[in-house]
Design a protein around this ligand. Sequence first.
Ligand code: DHB
Ligand code: FE
Length: 288
Amino acid sequence: MARISASVFTSHVPAIGVAIDQGKTQEAYWQPLFQGYEYSRQWMRDNRPDVIFLIYNDHATAFSLDLIPTFAIGTGTEYFPADEGWGPRRVPKVVGHPQLASHIAQSVIQQDFDLTIVNQLDVDHGLTVPLSLMCGEQPVDGAWPCPVIPFAVNVVQYPVPSGQRCFNLGRSIRKAVESFDEDLNVQIWGTGGMSHQLQGARAGLINQEWDNCFLDQLVHHPATLAKVPHIDYVREAGSEGIELVMWLIARGAMADVDDPARTPTVKHRFYHVPASNTAVGHLILENG
Ligand code: DHB
Ligand code: FE
């Protein structure tokens, strides 16, 4: 049986990818941020999964206003880094896991979540920056440590899914993984956030108090956090802070949600302001 061993939560700021790709990680501006992920890179080496289920949002890169899936699961064999305007990042292609992805699609759709099935998808910074942060620099002809199932959530064009729906979806994803008939160690990653607003009169907004409260609630009271309405994210964490609803999918997939005795262990927590226009938050939770 496959099982989810841990969840990882991290921001995906595109400038972090540029800093890695241009060898700037030890510059004064970036060094404190990358230092916060040193533990995580060692943890990844010590806890290498068989598959990463990576929840992220596409930033009008693979999808556009022509086609806006609320939840899209990648069932393909491979995915290439997208050209976001400056050429594709020189990082390895992402190898998929079509068998597990197709099983999750089957199971989750049977549990009444209507997923869009995607076989061809270029992946943008929302997916590649978390991989770089957690796995370190990789040569373009190298490989990420394991296959990745991309799971794209629409948090760009309203209406976007509620925190409650994301949390419930996470529960269904855990059930789907646990009904896959192969012994696989799966990590589930929720990416995006934390507070940031990239446009309009409040561009540059960062709310450290709200972010840290979000991290506390995500660890200890996720079911309560799931009830927070969109307007609170937008008001308190900025228009792009709504990316944080994706973290509730990964948190909803942890074992304690249905079995309170299985309290997760917080292996790592990190918060840093700013990276580009964004507050960076990061958590690693291991299943109890
Ligand atoms: C920035 C952050 C994001 O999450 C994003 O998708 C694009 C830009 C930023 O801080 O510049
Ligand atoms: Fe983003």
